[in-house]
Design a protein around this ligand. Sequence first.
Ligand SMILES: [Zn+2]
Length: 438
Amino acid sequence: MKSELLLLIAVSLCVHSKPLSGTAKRTFNKLLLISFDGFRWNYDEDVDTPNMDALVKEGVKAKYITPPMITMTSPSHFTTITGRWIEDHGVVHNMMFNSTSLLKLTHKATLKRSEWWDNGALPLWITAQNQGLKTASFFYPGGGANYSGQAVDRSLVEAFDHPDDNETEWRQNIDTVMDWFTKEDFDFVTLYYGEPDNVGHMVGPETNERRKIIAQIDRTIGYLREAIQKNSLANSLNVIITSDHGMTTIKKNPDVKEIKLSEYMNFLTLTHFDLLDYGGFGMIRPRKGQEQAVYDALKNAHPNLTVYKKEEIPENFHFAKNSRIQDIVLIGDLGFNLNSRFIFYVNKGDHGFSNEEMDMKTIFRAFGPDFKKNYLSEPFNSISIYPLMCKLLGVKPAPNNGSLSDTEGMLLENFDACGRIHISVSLLTIMTLLSSLI
Ligand SMILES: [Zn+2]
């Protein structure tokens, strides 16, 4: 009876721990966010993936998730890490560009260029660090930049010639991240892999090479599961595995009439700047006074090409309200790349198409001490990963566009209860005092 009463008191103190603030301090588990670039939502369906299958039973799987418009690596990754739409975080393309000076930099050349990434939206690394956590980025896009002068505590940035598919290196990177958690007490780490995007571009998504790289990813996830056990992190590390967009097969002549914009307009006389020949999304800045002429030339030019003036871009795309978005925006139907003057584009697979297309949807898996087991989540927008990560880490979120209601159902029912509140010395004193009175 006495012990039952004590338990009741303890539970009630625990549940009402708020008024005791300062006496009860909750601790939060660590978090690892892994992104496999270009992992289409259904890539595991035609490959044997025993480790990913095991994760379905051990944790959470979403049927699929929807990346933001524009379905590209840097814009989408930065939405995941900031919880902001692309028009708010300003990373509107993989290429850094300036439509006045005509500067264009490749994706990898942007990775340390803070002026491309730092537009006022704080990524989670920085928000978490400002609240006392230790964070790191291993190749994750945006992790190499400074935000209002602040750098991520530890950041590794991919070199230009970094190979995407070296399985040995993939395992070494997991070992490194495990060391960061165990030996250096990092709280939050983001880890990025360039596959299966690279293979998807080179040979297309419906190929044996793509299936082989998914099997390699599955083995890597198996290695991760073992590493978590070996490092005794199973009870203190949550893991989210996701991606930035899907992949689709590019439609080519003679099956279709490809889009080549120079057939419909004169670039030399009408355009000042263009960002084309980069998958299914493109932008044009016309010469002064030629906006309507460019629009008229392209509007009904090709049955698989959609043309918007900036002010016509549908609001639900959430990328119009940014000064980096140019006057004319072009989107190809699924599989139709936007070629400007020549068709030299050799990619067999690509992305950048509408995020409503199933081929652009991507994956979400999660497991660890705070996640339910064998839980199948309905689809949601990738932007809602951000508030989930904040909740897992106990970080007060920066302003964001995500919805915790999309994702919190995957957490254990007692996440908000006192399961992991560490009973402080003063709380123990109260309990001891009470026990002596009973
Ligand atoms: Zn890509």
